[in-house]
Structure formats: structure tokens, C-alpha cells
Ligand binder design. Structure first.
Ligand code: AMP
Length: 429
């Protein structure tokens, strides 16, 4: 006899999204897609794995993502491949590969799907997590930045997500950032010895990342470091002014956050993040910015771009907390039957209802009406349609409103008409 093997469980940092939660995910995705569509974004689907080099060059070898967190493996032909830790680089690669880059004009893409980073799992942080993101390629006009932020503002409103704050900054460009990084590095040299080990390391490898440090003892030191907004060249500061005044005109509130440099090397000018106060330490719902140098990093011609990625896992946590999208996952109609002839009538009714898109449940084996009604209640059905031999003889159904307890007779020939009318009157279920 085979011994019972240890039961295999999900890999650390991954999880299953089961009903009824998966229903909420679909709803949120639908709302996101509708808004992206209204703003002219079209879906792009890129592979889940890419050449390691794509991320190494674009995200940057000195970032945590590339140096510590990538799921990389050698393919059978010796090539190094990586499960995507983010999708912006893939979208840019697809834009170059497909030749869309040569068509001119502005392209707006969106994507959604899993990303992979080997981070330390905790609340709101997974090793396989989901992002919905969008990219605008082909323009460096500040109105692009403003329009994307306006769209995100609408999305938060549609999802009834209050308690959100838009953090905004500019990280300059290749003209002005080097002088800032130099100033930052020289200030850090005198204080680094008092900072955490990560900050000491980053002082030489990636000084901008010091600004991301969350260690409490380092905070007063970081507050005293030079601020990038004081180092912007005239083009970058003009761009930043145009973005803030566009937001002001739209009455979209933001907090200028000089420390917001974001983790990835490819950002230039505008960077932003939206945080939610109910999420604990992993409170960033989404992040993004402009990346005018990304295409060149992966061997393409200059391309102006701006994008963002929503952390869908955290978005869902916030939506669940707000309760605004809470909905019953139960059937709209539960069909209860007793007797062979009634069974046929019940199955016929269920078929008609389902063809109409009405969520309908029916039991396969005979159970008495009392049990059926208890089951309908347990499932959270809105109505129960009841048919026994007597109803078949008289050519009708009984319909019980599970909220009011009221029961009425419906002539079989008017079933769909009556159901449609009831559904239109009732709140969405
Ligand atoms: P990033 O691609 O790092 O700019 O992240 C964009 C958004 O993705 C963040 O604001 C988070 O909401 C989400 N995110 C990033 N890493 C993780 C993770 N390991 N687990 C869950 N969500 C994440």
C-alpha cells in the first residue's frame, strides 16, 4: 500500500483566489477596463517570461528587483529567462518588436496579469501578485501625465476608494539628475555611517534608493538630505509646473513628496504613487511615472513614455474594506421541484432563465420543498421558483420573494416576462 504522501500546498508567497473573492476581482477588473477604454487604452498581452537581459537593462542591475528578487532560470539552450517582475519593459519591447514604434503618433496600451518578485511575503506583499497597468507611448506632453492622473482619480471615485493620497514628484532627466545624485552622494558620505546597512550599501550602489528607506532611525537624516526638486533643469521644472497646474485646474489633490523616487532606474521627470491609509505598511496602491529613456536602454530609438501599475491585490483589499462593491454571489433564482414531471418543467425554466443571463441554481436530486427553500436561503437566492405536480397540471410556477417572503403564482407562459420585470425593479444582485 502506498503511504499517504505529505499534502502539497501552495508555494510560499503565492495564493489561490477563490469564489466569492474572485467575483469581486472580476468586477474591479471590469470597472478598470471600462475606464481605460473610455480613455482610449487598448489591451496588450505580452509573454509572462522574457529574456533576463530585458529586465536587467531596463529596471537596472542595482535595483532590489534585479539584484535579489527575480525568478530567473536557464532554458535548455542555455539562455537566461525571467518571470516578469513588472510589465512596462515588456510593453516597450513589444512596441519596438511589432513596429508600432514606426507608425508615429501616440499609442495607449493596458495590461493585466501576474508579476513575480521574490520578496519577503507579508500582508499585501506576495511573490506572485497581480497588476493592472497602462502605458502611453510617443508623447512627452505634460497633458499626458495629467490625463492619466485624472483617469486614476476617476477610477478611485468609481470604486468608492476614499482615504487615498496622490504623492507626486519629479526625478529630473539625464541632464539634471546626475548633479543631484552627486550632491546626494556627497551629503550621504558624511552621514551614511549613522544609517542602516542597506543605506550604507546604497550610498555607493544606488543613492536615490536611500530616499526609500523605511527604517525609523534613518528618517530624520533623510529629511535633511538635498531635494531633487531644487536641482531640476528648466525643461524638467517647466514640465512639473505644467503637471501640477493641470491637476490644480481639475481640482485633483496631490502631495508633493521630494522623497518619491520609485525603485526603478528608468523613471524620468514625473513620478507618482497613490497610497491608501487603511492598508498598513504596504500602503502603495499603485505607482508610476514617466520613463523617457527606457526604449534606449533596451536598444530602441528614443521613445517618450508614461505609465502606471496598480497593485491589484492591494486594490482588492481596499475595495473589500470600503464595502462599496459588496454583492451577493448567490443565485438570483433557485428552482425547487418535486416529482418527475415537475423536474422537466423545472429544468426547462432553469434553461430559459440562464439563457437570459439570470444566475440560476437547481438541485439535481429530488429533495422536499422545505429542504429546497432552506438551501435557497443558505445560498442567498433572491427568488425561489417552485414547481410540483400540482403547478405542472395548472400550467404555472410559484415564485417566492426570499427578501419579503411573499409568494405569488406565475403563469408558465409569462415566466420570462415576469422575471425580467422583477429583476428590473429589484436592486442589482
Ligand atoms: P511597482 O511595479 O514596484 O511600481 O509597483 C506597483 C504596484 O504594484 C505597487 O504600488 C503595489 O501596489 C504593487 N506591488 C508591487 N510589488 C508587490 C508585491 N510583491 N505584492 C503585492 N503587490 C505588489
Amino acid at each position: 500500500m502506498a503511504r499517504n504522501a505529505d499534502r502539497i500546498r501552495a508555494v510560499k508567497g503565492t495564493r489561490d483566489i477563490l469564489p466569492p473573492e474572485s467575483r469581486l476581482w472580476l468586477k474591479v477588473e471590469e470597472i478598470c477596463r471600462d475606464i481605460l477604454d473610455a480613455y482610449g487604452f487598448q489591451e496588450i498581452r505580452t509573454p509572462i517570461f522574457e529574456e533576463t537581459e530585458l529586465f536587467a537593462r531596463s529596471v537596472g542591475t542595482n535595483t532590489d528587483i534585479v539584484s535579489k528578487e527575480m525568478y530567473s532560470f536557464e532554458d535548455r539552450d542555455g539562455r537566461s529567462l525571467t518571470l516578469r517582475p513588472e510589465a512596462t519593459a515588456s510593453v516597450m519591447r513589444a512596441y519596438l518588436d511589432s513596429g508600432a514604434v514606426n507608425q508615429g503618433g501616440v499609442k495607449k496600451y493596458y495590461y493585466s496579469g501576474p508579476m513575480f518578485r521574490r520578496e519577503r511575503p507579508q500582508k499585501g506583499r506576495f511573490r506572485q501578485f497581480y497588476q493592472i497597468g497602462a502605458e502611453v507611448l510617443g508623447s512627452d506632453h505634460p497633458t499626458v501625465d495629467v490625463e492619466v492622473l485624472e483617469m486614476l482619480d476617476l477610477l478611485l471615485e468609481r470604486l468608492s476608494l476614499t482615504d487615498c493620497v496622490l504623492l507626486l514628484n519629479s526625478v529630473g532627466c539625464s541632464t539634471c539628475r546626475p548633479a543631484y545624485v552627486e550632491a546626494l552622494q556627497s551629503s550621504l558620505e558624511s552621514v551614511a555611517s549613522k544609517m542602516c546597512a542597506d543605506c550604507r550599501r546604497r550610498t555607493s550602489t544606488n543613492p536615490l534608493r536611500v530616499l526609500d528607506c523605511k527604517v525609523p532611525a534613518d528618517q530624520p537624516i533623510i529629511e535633511g538630505l538635498p531635494k531633487i526638486l531644487d536641482y531640476l533643469c528648466s525643461e524638467c521644472s517647466g514640465h512639473f509646473r505644467a503637471v501640477t497646474s493641470g491637476l490644480d485646474r481639475r481640482k485633483i489633490r496631490y502631495t508633493i513628496t521630494p522623497r518619491l523616487v520609485r525603485g526603478l532606474d528608468y523613471y524620468t521627470r514625473t513620478t507618482f504613487e497613490i497610497t491608501h491609509s487603511g492598508l498598513g505598511s504596504q500602503n502603495a496602491l499603485l505607482g508610476g511615472g514617466r520613463y523617457d529613456g527606457l526604449s534606449e536602454l533596451i536598444g530602441g530609438p528614443p521613445v517618450k513614455g508614461l505609465g502606471f501599475a496598480i497593485g491589484e491585490d492591494r486594490f482588492l483589499m481596499a475595495v473589500e474594506r470600503s464595502g462599496a462593491l459588496a454583492s451577493s454571489a448567490g443565485p438570483e433564482v433557485f428552482v425547487a421541484w418535486m416529482g418527475e414531471e415537475a423536474r422537466e418543467a423545472a429544468l426547462g425554466a432553469a434553461r430559459q432563465l440562464r439563457r437570459e443571463g439570470i444566475r440560476t441554481e437547481i438541485v439535481f436530486d429530488p429533495v422536499n420543498f422545505k429542504k429546497s427553500l432552506a438551501l435557497a436561503n443558505k445560498m442567498g437566492a433572491r427568488w425561489t421558483l417552485i414547481v410540483g405536480d400540482d403547478e405542472v397540471k395548472r400550467g404555472l410556477f410559484q415564485i417566492k420573494d426570499m427578501q419579503t417572503g411573499q409568494q405569488e403564482e406565475l403563469p408558465a407562459g409569462r415566466l420570462m416576462e415576469e422575471m425580467r420585470a422583477r429583476r428590473n425593479k429589484s436592486a442589482p444582485v
